[in-house]
Design a protein. Structure first.
Length: 174
């Protein structure tokens, strides 16, 4: 039986912390769907398609950032989008029995636990919480965007394709 997991997030933008959680999930499951989702409470910097491309461009370089994905023979990583509808329905469509969520702190846990209960009720999908690596546990996509917009360096927090994309959008923001 193939163990399929979905790792949903806005990934706006992708951080090293996101890559780390994805790589760790890929060691646990046969197939991991990194799913770019629309969060109605946020205004994204990048379109869903741009975020998918940034993830694709960043994954081959992940080892340079200290993140190692298992060999493709062990786990299949699929990058997809969900711009509307329920995450539980997506999980059912792809045959996923698990959602993977990265958590940085107690606030993240308090946010994720009620959603985990609802997803289990809606689709029988369990949620696995993976603690963030301490070196990236303080990094959020919002913080990265703010630092980049103010001219600060974000190279410690995001892959080089994301650094370039943020620089291009920061210029457009001014």
């Amino acid at each position: 039986m193939t163990r399929i997991a979905v790792y949903p997030g806005s990934f706006d933008p992708l951080t090293f912390g996101h890559l780390d959680i994805a790589a760790r999930a890929a060691r646990l499951f046969d197939e991991v769907h990194i799913l770019v989702v629309h969060n109605p409470s946020k205004t994204p910097r990048f379109s869903s398609e741009e975020r998918v491309e940034l993830i694709r461009a960043s994954m081959p370089e992940a080892a340079r950032y200290g993140v190692s994905f298992p060999s493709s023979a062990h786990s299949k990583v699929i990058i997809d989008t969900l711009d509307g509808g329920l995450l539980a329905d997506y999980c059912h469509r792809v045959g996923a029995s698990v959602l993977v969520k990265g958590v940085r702190n107690g606030v993240d846990i308090d946010y994720e636990v009620p959603m985990a209960r609802v997803n289990r009720d809606l689709a029988g999908v369990e949620t696995v919480l993976i603690p963030a690596d301490p070196s990236q546990g303080f990094v959020s996509s919002s913080l990265v965007k703010q630092v980049a917009d103010l001219g600060g360096s974000v190279e410690k927090y995001v892959p080089s394709p994301v650094v370039r994309a943020l620089a291009a959008t920061a210029k457009n923001q001014k």
